[in-house]
Design a protein around this ligand. Structure first.
Ligand code: NAD
Length: 414
């Protein structure tokens, strides 16, 4: 039978197994298997050539039993309803794992910002906020950046919402520029969360980061910040890649040089003749492998050829269920996406807290609070995995789903 590469059904399957293991009745799964609310909107934008183009967007709110929902907005040509649904469910799990008072949400617009002018992107961003304004808000659903959206887009969205709300509402959205109420450390938060998980996993395996050989797939926001943090910590980054190929040096790549040369879309390999493929990159000899690009990269086909002893998922959904099984059986420590990439939403939560209290923290305070959250979450998931003798992904889903299931039960929904 062909391997299941559908993100929604594979997420539903793991949630079902997690809830069964936790002893919840079928009605809890019925509630959590899909978002409670999905809004599909059409956004007309007057383009630079004078013609009107109508874009389709979505906002999915998975479950708000624990608190308001939270999740990023993605601008990408491949955005679709099912993907937004799955991503909103992962946000519930992430928030549960790091114990944030939120449920999950996600938004997306089918568009290609790489082919649009700044003015067109601004109009699209403002139009999207007008279209979803009735179901979002600082105490309802709080958006944030995701693929191909950034702090400038968050600033436009914040400004548009503040006009609708007739009030300055910084807590409506996170990932804003610092001057508009953004938090210190938000830009590198995801990479920092991944780093904390790498350190915790390395401790479990008796590996010193200073001696470690690391391979990172993807050199965008997550991958490039991560490469820099680990390089500065003394690790040898022996491979990196982007959408066009991969670079390999068993003695370690010069990350400072590569960071200087990369473009704003995370492309750098096009400048080099000597390249390997992304497939070869994943199978390189190394200690730690970090997929930080796209989904379905480690599958039943290549899982047996992975040489790393630790795999930490910075990307969403890079490893299929079958590959998870193979890696775990081979004794490879796999730190799943819902735990490893929770640093971004954690600092987004810190931003919202700071906006609500009108008092702002130093970078050191943000660092300290983020580290505590992620270390506790890692330990919690690792303990569930080892005591129950299950893989880290299922353990993470059990930890993540439990809060929402409990809150739904206390509210009398199930
Ligand atoms: P990005 O767009 O900044 O960078 C993506 C990188 O992946 C680029 O280097 C790109 O060239 C590369 N890439 C694209 N297609 C590829 C392919 N087919 N093969 C190999 N490489 C390819 O994105 P990002 O923000 O760094 O996000 C990367 C992953 O991490 C995504 O799965 C995203 O959902 C996840 N993530 C990011 C954040 C965040 O805060 N940035 C938070 C949580 C999860």
């Amino acid at each position: 039978m062909a391997e299941n590469l559908n993100l929604l059904t594979s997420t539903q399957n793991v949630i079902k197994t997690a809830l069964d293991k936790l002893g919840y009745e079928e009605s809890v799964y019925e509630l959590l298997k899909e978002p409670m609310r999905i809004l599909e909107v059409r956004i007309p934008v007057k383009m630079d050539d004078g013609k009107t183009k109508v874009f389709t967007g979505f906002r999915a709110q998975h479950n708000d039993a624990v608190g308001p929902t939270k999740g990023g907005i993605r601008f990408h040509p491949e955005v679709n309803r099912e993907e937004v649904m799955a991503l909103s469910m992962w946000m519930t799990l992430k928030c549960g794992i790091v114990e944030l008072p939120y449920g999950g949400a996600k938004g997306g617009i089918i568009c290609d910002p790489r082919e649009m002018s700044m003015r067109e992107i601004e109009q699209l961003s403002r139009g999207y906020v007008r279209a979803i304004s009735q179901i979002v808000g600082p105490n309802k659903d709080i958006p944030a950046p995701d693929v191909f959206t950034n702090s400038q887009i968050m600033a436009w969205m914040f400004d548009e919402y503040s006009k609708i709300d007739e009030f300055n509402s910084p807590g409506f959205i996170t990932g804003k520029p610092i001057v508009l109420g953004g938090s210190q450390g938000r830009d590198k938060a995801t990479a920092q969360g991944v780093t904390i998980c790498i350190y915790e996993a390395a401790k479990k395996r008796g590996l010193d980061i200073k001696d470690a050989r690391v391979v990172i797939q993807g050199f965008g926001n997550a991958g490039s910040f991560l490469a820099k943090i680990l390089y500065d910590a003394g690790a040898k980054i022996v491979g990196i890649s982007d959408a066009y190929g991969a670079l390999h040096d068993p003695n370690g790549l010069d990350i400072e040089y590569l960071l200087d040369r990369r473009d704003s879309f995370g492309t750098v390999t096009t400048l080099f003749d000597e390249k390997i493929t992304n497939k070869e990159l994943l199978e390189l000899d190394c200690d730690i492998l970090v997929p930080a690009a796209i989904s379905n990269q480690i599958t039943a086909e290549n899982a047996s050829d992975i040489k790393a002893s630790i795999v930490v998922e910075a990307a969403n959904g890079p490893t299929t269920s079958e590959a998870t099984k193979i890696l775990t059986e081979r004794g490879i420590l796999l730190v799943p996406d819902v735990l490893a990439s929770a640093g971004g939403v954690t600092v987004s939560y810190f931003e919202w807290v700071q906006n609500n209290q009108g008092y702002y923290w130093t970078p050191e305070e943000v660092d300290e609070k983020l580290t505590k959250k992620l270390v506790d979450a890692f330990e919690n998931v690792y303990n569930v995995a080892t005591t129950r003798n299950i893989d880290m992904r299922l353990a993470a889903y059990m930890v993540g789903a439990r809060r929402t299931a409990e809150a739904s039960r206390f509210r009398g929904w199930v």
